[in-house]
Design a protein around this ligand. Structure first.
Ligand SMILES: [Zn+2]
Length: 96
């Protein structure tokens, strides 16, 4: 079996995920561990280490090609004239 060097392995994995520049926050994984259950949403959370989507690359693993910014998406939804809740999101009902 052909053994890959550490750099060859990293290059291969980055190519497979189409990553040009590794995200400095999650090192390309697209997810990271948050110190509370609040994760990228912020606010009050429980005292449990929680894995969720990276709040820098939003899951792409690439610092230069982030996927949809969930924080901005949530903000734009909450500030639009007629916000519609996302499927499975009951936070709108709680605020009424
Ligand atoms: Zn990231």
């Amino acid at each position: 079996m052909n053994k890959l060097s550490r750099q060859e392995l990293l290059d291969t994995l980055m190519a497979m995920k189409d990553i040009d520049v590794l995200c400095p926050k999650c090192q390309g994984w697209g997810s990271k561990t948050y110190s509370s259950t609040a994760t990228w949403r912020g606010g009050i959370g429980g005292q449990v280490m929680t894995t969720d989507v990276c709040d820098k690359c939003w899951g792409s693993g690439d610092a230069t090609k982030p996927w949809t910014d969930l924080r901005k998406l949530r903000y734009s939804r909450n500030t639009s004239p007629n916000p519609e809740p996302a499927p499975g999101d009951d936070s709108m009902e709680k605020s009424l």
